[in-house]
Ligand binder design. Structure first.
Ligand code: HEM
Length: 141
């Protein structure tokens, strides 16, 4: 039984998720793909248009944030300072619709990476947590 469990890839321990996602290079690739999809598919136009005109900075911020969020180094904090994810979204009208659009777009970007399916599924499950907290902060419940 123990042998069976150790054969399964465990994400979420120390920096295992960060490493499996390809470190900062892999995460930047993921985030570039995410923004490219968001900017090219009209289904995501609302959430894409919400971003400031300098989408290069948005890409940089999300990629650097996700490095720490995945258990790796925290370059976001070093470059931009500390952050509260629900608070920085609170001025937006994130309902279930926009939350799910964001997650769907991220899901598409994840599937385009050379990631094991287990990693993609793990990340999507984990990303639901901050995405839902954002919705709650925006909707006040
Ligand atoms: C729930 C759906 C989400 C939507 C619709 C959304 C949308 C946005 C938008 C429009 C901005 C730019 C805000 C502005 O500068 O006025 C932003 C910034 C950001 N988002 Fe999201 N987001 C979502 C979920 C997430 C999640 C789940 C994460 C992290 C796990 C995240 C991380 C960030 C970061 C790090 C920034 C940069 C904040 C800053 O300017 O310092 N977002 N998001």
């Amino acid at each position: 039984m123990r042998q069976m469990m150790t054969q399964q890839k465990v994400y979420g321990e120390r920096d295992s998720t960060y490493q499996a996602a390809g470190g900062q290079t892999g995460i930047r690739k993921l985030v570039d793909c995410f923004f490219d999809i968001m900017g090219s598919d009209p289904s995501y136009q609302t959430i894409y248009d919400w971003h400031p005109a300098d989408r290069e900075e948005s890409r940089d911020k999300l990629a650097l944030f996700l490095c720490g969020w995945m258990g790796g180094p925290r370059p976001f904090v070093e470059k931009y300072g500390s952050i509260s994810i629900p608070a920085v979204h609170q001025h937006l009208q994130v309902t279930e619709l926009e939350r799910d659009l964001w997650l769907e777009c991220m899901g598409r970007a994840l599937h385009q990476q050379d990631y094991p399916l287990a990693l993609t599924e793990y990340l999507l499950r984990q990303l639901f947590i901050p995405a839902e907290r954002i919705r709650q902060a925006c909707m006040g419940s």
